[in-house]
Design a protein around this ligand. Structure first.
Ligand code: NAG
Ligand code: NAG
Ligand code: NAG
Length: 404
């Protein structure tokens, strides 16, 4: 990494300025005021969503069986609590009173019964609608103009999470359409996690925290390396805007869907964890492989995502195929990801304390959270490790004594 020391200094000053600016904006009362004071999302939400694996082919059986599987695999114990139904759950037409109607052929028992079932497992039920006239699949209505009716229905059914999409919206601004649902949810009187799926069109990181608990910063992910890393890149730009109660959302996980290698899925899960992204599993949990379980159930990586400090990691350095992503954790610790984006060769990658914001000469204990191993030697000023192509290593650094 041939960055010159003047460049490093400039970067350090910029990072400091950003950190100060973020603290000031998070600290001023006007900026902290939120419409949606629902108390949810103090750490990024964890759970499952039907879209990435099943798309429109869903029904109450697959939702129930997924709830069962989240419990039987042990994933629910690790924090994966939300069972989220995506698009295609309702009839194309509202009933005579204007109510959304669960699709009779696929959700014959209705949403209240499904919520009761999911709650009986100690889990939470999420649902989907759209700030437009039709959802993206165009097989069911959106909530535009029906916000209060729909929010009241969701609350009455016992819904805990709403993903609110942005299709078929007639061209008006999201900042006009989304807050109407925020108020409707507040009026409905049940705390419902509000996930703004606005795709990053109007920089929702700049306004999303006032009205929602998370906001998509990107278009949809697909099950490929290129798509995955580009979502992470686009999401990283807004790192300063993530905070407890409101998170940047680079879209749901593809881990376990088969389009990437194990090493690539480890990069995917690591990037989402340090980016404080929602960890919403997108594979078929009823038929999950040992390899996928190994990734999604890594408690040390989950703990980075759920750290109470709630600070999103940033790319602190990049050169060629090599990137260092880092962010602070509680207890003066630092999470650092060493990423090799190259396709062919293993490369030695060095993370310098300078880049990570750790004072010079600080002795550090380094724990590799994928190997589950603490390095025997304490480190000073840098960590160097070899990283394979399309792979990463993820460490937690803990200072063992103050800098002299
Ligand atoms: C329910 O959906 C699942 C997942 O797509 C599918 O395998 C199953 O055949 C469906 N069951 C019914 C009764 O439609
Ligand atoms: C997935 O996304 C990548 C990058 O965004 C794109 O190049 C590719 O065409 C997409 N693949 C599919 C199957 O949509
Ligand atoms: C379960 O997963 C395996 C591969 O891991 C796949 O071959 C099989 O078709 C899946 N079964 C179902 C019912 O989806």
């Amino acid at each position: 990494m041939g960055m010159k020391s003047t460049q490093v200094q400039v970067l350090a000053v910029l990072l400091l300025a950003c950190a100060v600016a973020a603290q000031e904006s998070a600290g001023s009362e006007a900026e902290r005021r939120r419409l949606l004071a629902n108390g949810l999302g103090n750490t990024p939400p964890m759970g499952w969503n039907s879209w990435n694996h099943f798309h429109c082919i869903i029904n109450e059986t697959v939702i129930r069986e997924t709830a069962d599987a989240l419990v039987s695999t042990g994933l629910s114990k690790l924090g994966y609590h939300y069972v989220n139904i995506d698009d295609c759950w309702a009839e194309l037409n509202r009933d005579a009173e204007g109510n959304l109607v669960p699709r009779k052929s696929t959700f014959p028992s209705g949403m209240k019964a499904l919520a009761d079932y999911v709650h009986s497992k100690g889990l939470k039920l999420g649902i989907y609608s759209d700030a437009g006239y039709l959802t993206c699949s165009k097989t069911m209505p959106g909530s535009l103009g029906y916000e209060q009716k729909d929010a009241d229905a969701f609350a009455a059914w016992g819904i805990d999470y709403l993903k609110y999409d942005n299709c078929n919206n007639g061209g008006s601004r999201p900042t006009v359409r989304y807050p109407v649902m925020t108020r409707a949810l507040m009026n409905a009187g049940r705390p419902i996690f509000f996930s703004l799926c606005e795709w990053g069109d109007l920089h929702p990181a700049l306004w999303g925290f006032r009205i929602g608990n998370s906001w998509r910063t990107t278009n949809d992910i697909n099950d490929s390396w290129e798509s995955m890393v580009s979502r992470a890149d686009e999401n990283e730009v807004y790192a300063d805007y993530a905070r407890p109660g409101g998170w940047n959302d680079p879209d749901m996980l593809e881990v376990g869907n088969g389009g990437m290698t194990k090493g690539e899925y480890i990069v995917h899960f690591s990037l989402w964890a340090i980016s404080k992204a929602p960890l919403l599993i997108g594979c078929d949990v009823r038929n999950i492989t040992g390899e996928t379980m190994e990734i999604l159930s890594n408690e040390e990586v989950i703990a980075i995502n759920q750290d109470p400090l709630g600070v999103q990691a940033k790319k602190v350095r990049m050169e060629g195929n090599q990137e260092i992503w880092a962010g602070p954790l509680s207890g003066y610790r630092t999470a650092v990801l060493l990423l090799n984006r190259g396709e062919e060769d293993s490369e030695p990658i060095t993370a310098n304390w300078d880049d990570l914001g750790i004072p010079p000469d600080t002795l550090v204990e380094a724990r590799d959270v994928w190997k589950h191993e603490t390095m025997k030697q304490y480190l000073k000023n840098e960590l160097t490790t070899t990283v394979g192509p399309h792979a990463c290593k993820l460490f937690i650094l803990t200072p063992v004594m103050p800098a002299q």
